[in-house]
Design a protein around this ligand. Structure first.
Ligand code: 5GP
Length: 213
């Protein structure tokens, strides 16, 4: 009897999503997950302290600098980077199990981490076959500055640091596979949903023997 497509032994995808602070990345990823509740989020490790209502194991695994370093030395990270003077890293255990079970996994990481994964993909065709790099950009730097100031959460010094970092990050967009410009939230959310549903059709996600039955 023919197998259902859900039994096709299809791999999940690694969706690497980057974009500067203030670009609306979290809102867009939230929209994506509303549309596809099956997509899961890789929970990163960080040495920064929790903000507001953030909980260990929900938004991040909050680690001490020593714990982070130990995990790094143990080779537990797929990538790691320093962002705003703190360390952030993606655990291999957050990603690979999901991919093998056919579950798509979102990695909301900065450009340094994304470039490390890109290098790994260059050396590992199996990883490359399931990994896509998506960059979320603002309509312009001026608009990004306006949004950062409108949030009224950061001090002037923080805003300037975020803008400086954003400029550097924006220069990396050509290294990614896809660019979504968040000018109009509804349009950008629709583009992201359409992109992710198309990416699930990449041949690299399918088992080579799917027709042998
Ligand atoms: P926040 O501290 O505001 O939650 O995140 C700051 C930045 O760190 C964001 O740009 C976010 O994408 C990035 N980030 C979060 N987790 C990771 C991670 O595991 N690896 C890397 N390289 N960046 C991360």
């Amino acid at each position: 009897m023919a197998k259902l497509s859900s039994e096709l032994n299809k791999k999940g995808g690694i969706l690497v999503i980057s974009g500067p602070s203030g670009v609306g990345k979290s809102t867009l990823v939230g929209r994506l997950r509303e549309r596809f509740p099956g997509i899961e989020f890789s929970i990163s490790c960080t040495t920064r302290p929790p903000r507001g209502t953030e909980k260990h194991g929900v938004e991040y695994y909050f680690l001490s600098a020593e714990e982070f370093e130990q995990r790094r030395v143990n080779g537990e990270f797929l990538e790691y980077a320093g962002v705003f003077a703190k360390r952030y890293g993606t655990l291999k255990s957050e990603v690979f199990g999901r991919i093998e079970r056919g579950v798509d996994c979102i990695l909301d990481i900065d450009v340094q981490g994304a470039m490390q994964i890109k290098e790994k993909c260059a050396a590992d065709p199996e990883l490359a076959a399931v990994t896509d790099f998506i960059f979320i950009g603002p309509p312009s730097l001026t608009e990004l500055e306006r949004r950062l100031r409108d949030r009224k959460t950061d001090a002037e010094e923080q805003i300037l640091l975020r803008l400086e970092t954003a400029k550097k990050e924006l220069s990396f967009f050509p290294e990614y596979d896809y660019l979504i410009i968040n000018d109009d939230l509804e349009k950008a959310a629709a583009e992201l949903i359409c992109l992710v549903s198309s990416l699930s059709l990449r041949v690299g996600r399918y088992d080579r023997g799917i027709f042998d039955r």
